[in-house]
Design a protein around this ligand. Sequence first.
Ligand SMILES: NC(=O)c1ccc[n+]([C@@H]2O[C@H](COP(=O)([O-])OP(=O)(O)OC[C@H]3O[C@@H](n4cnc5c(N)ncnc54)[C@H](OP(=O)(O)O)[C@@H]3O)[C@@H](O)[C@H]2O)c1
Length: 217
Amino acid sequence: MKIAILGTGMVGNALGTKLVQLGHDVIMGSRTAGSEAGRDWLKSVGGKARIGAFDEAATFGKIVLDCTNGANSLAALRQAGEANLRGKILIQISNPLDTSKGMPPTLTVCNTDSLGEQIQREFPETRVVKALNTINCAVMVEPSLLSGDHDLIICGDDAAAKTQVTALLGEWFGWKKENIIDLGNISASRGTEMYLALWIRLWGVLGTPHFNIKIVR
Ligand SMILES: NC(=O)c1ccc[n+]([C@@H]2O[C@H](COP(=O)([O-])OP(=O)(O)OC[C@H]3O[C@@H](n4cnc5c(N)ncnc54)[C@H](OP(=O)(O)O)[C@@H]3O)[C@@H](O)[C@H]2O)c1
């Protein structure tokens, strides 16, 4: 599958590397076509992928993973281009963290709005599915890293897109369908993004980013 990873940080690296290992045709996008971070990643996967600017990546990918810096995701997606994202599923992973005042970060948008919603509003013809933003990137690509069952929350306005993403997360990374909770429309992004305040404190107390939640009924 032709997959675009927008973002050259640790999330883009983890997802991109795993998808290349699975044999997919992956492009990693950046603000500039030949960014150093992009070149480093390309080298790390033995050249078995492509790199390019955000718009080249979005054009190439049949499905697009948004791993851009959350405070700047809208700018990155504007560069990716509305027309290049039209009709495509965008797995929207980034969180709108504001680290400008140090740790712990706050959110650039919350309570009555969210990054997921801002993106869906600005790109109405893109099928935005908020997913994977509640866990560390090592857990995203290998849920079996944690012992026992644990859950992933997704949301979005397009039911068919969510069904497809659920299947892909199983196929790519081994997420079990019964562990993926569909929280409804894209406004549920508010909750999954605000969960970051709790996630960061848990990280500090547990001393590892490799954990997740299980919803017990
Ligand atoms: N770390 C985790 O395990 C984890 C887990 C869940 C969610 N997240 C979220 O995932 C997102 C990505 O995190 P990360 O640590 O991998 O990467 P990051 O450092 O937050 O973001 C890197 C990407 O953002 C782009 N970017 C930065 N400033 C920009 C601007 N002004 N305009 C346009 N693009 C800009 C960079 O472009 P260039 O390539 O051009 O530099 C780069 O591709 C974050 O929102 C984070 O909160 C992280």
